[in-house]
Structures are given as C-alpha cells and as structure tokens.
Write a protein that binds this ligand. Structure first.
Ligand SMILES: CC(C)(COP(=O)(O)OP(=O)(O)OC[C@H]1O[C@@H](n2cnc3c(N)ncnc32)[C@H](O)[C@@H]1OP(=O)(O)O)[C@@H](O)C(=O)NCCC(=O)NCCS
Length: 183
C-alpha cells in the first residue's frame, strides 16, 4: 500500500471533486472568511488573500504529498466554480483509517452537497484505496454537519469529550464512521 493518495478527479452527480488551483483563490478566501465556516473550523482569522493563495497553490497539495491526506475542491462541473471543500486528514496508513472534513461556500449551501461529496470520497477511500475505516468528528452543536454525516451514510458511534478545538475553545465532538460493510 502506497502511503500517498494519488491525485484524482472524482465525479459525483452534480459535483466534481478536483485539486485546488490558483483560480480558486478569490472564492476560497470569501468562503473561508465566512462566519459559519469560522465558527466550526479553526481556520486562520482573519482569513487573508495570502492565506488563500497559500492553501490553493501550496498547502492543499503538500498535505497530499506528505501522506497526511488529500484535499479536494468541490466544484460545479458546468463552469468549474468552487462550491466547497472536502478532504482527508490524519491518515493512518498502518491501520488504514482516515478522517474526513468539509465546508460548503455560502452560495452553495442548502443542497446537501457536503453529504454528496462525503459519500463519493468515502466510497473511493474504502473501495479503490482499500481503506478499512473513514471517521468524521463533528462538534456536538454543529447540527448541519451531524445531519450531513448521517445523510452520507456514516454511523454515529459516540461522544469524544473535549476532542474538538474551535476558535471559541474546546468542545465535545460526535464520532461517526463508515466501513466497507456499510457500502
Ligand atoms: C456543514 C455544512 C458543510 C453543510 O452544508 P450543506 O451540504 O450545504 O448542507 P445543507 O445546508 O444541505 O444541510 C444539511 C442538513 O442540515 C440541516 N440544516 C442546515 N442548517 C441548519 C440549521 N441552522 N439548524 C438545523 N438544521 C440545519 C438541513 O436542513 C439539512 O438537513 P436534512 O438533511 O434533514 O435536509 C455547512 O453548513 C458548512 O459549511 N458549515 C461550516 C463548516 C463546517 O461545519 N464543517 C464541518 C465541520 S465538522
């Protein structure tokens, strides 16, 4: 088993998962500065143009090359516009376990896109990549993310006390998982 995910484009219904590029800088900056994203993900604050250039052109790619995971831009197949992000992090190549994370841009919310993207990524991880387990940790108070987990087919396992860190401080998280038997 390789310890780096291959660069890929995944097609899932009305969305495409593709690598980030310089074309995403403006939309990525607007979305990552959004107050809902900032409430639930401890991204740099303020989220500057420089932070966005770094993510889109460098960090999103070096994290894949380092073996930590893989980060996809969720985009509209019609015009390529950035709709959100979904990615894998903290990958354990020995146990074949990885953790998913996501955000959806304000202009694309309310259409279940995060669930669609998570389902596609989970299927790819557990079939093509031969993994045993996908995990998702959502803050107890993050209801849209918890609904997304269930809608994507993940199973709720329990509460991890103070296992999450937000700008507001540490929080309890709900652990969800997807395993090959769920597919
Ligand atoms: C979580 C997130 C990605 C979901 O975006 P999305 O795919 O557009 O999801 P939707 O808006 O379609 O909502 C998903 C579900 O949550 C529900 N929901 C949305 N906002 C809600 C709210 N304020 N209160 C209660 N339920 C809500 C929707 O009705 C939907 O439920 P349904 O499946 O029963 O119809 C998006 O809210 C987001 O980017 N949040 C900030 C970043 C984040 O929290 N990331 C996850 C960290 S674990």
């Amino acid at each position: 088993m390789s310890d780096v995910f291959p660069e890929r484009v995944l097609h899932a219904g009305s969305i495409t998962l593709r690598p980030f590029s310089a074309d995403d800088v403006e939309d990525n900056r607007t979305a990552c500065a959004d107050e809902v994203v900032q409430r639930w993900i401890p991204l740099p604050r303020p989220y500057t143009v420089e932070a966005s250039v770094d993510w889109c052109t460098k960090t999103a790619h070096t994290l894949r090359e380092s073996g930590d995971g893989i980060h996809f831009a969720i985009s509209d197949p019609a015009d390529g516009r950035l709709l959100g992000a979904v990615g894998l992090k903290r990958t354990d190549w020995h146990e074949l376990v990885s953790e998913v994370g996501y955000w959806i841009a304000p202009w694309a919310r309310g259409r279940g896109i995060a669930a669609q993207a998570t389902r596609a990524l989970g299927h790819w991880l557990l079939t093509e990549q031969g993994f045993e387990r996908l995990e998702l940790k959502a803050a107890v108070g993050n209801i849209p993310s918890r609904k997304t987990a269930i809608k994507a087919g993940l199973h709720r396992e329990g509460i991890l006390r103070k296992a999450g860190r937000l700008h507001a401080g540490r929080v309890d998280v709900v652990l969800y998982s997807l395993i090959p038997a769920d597919l």
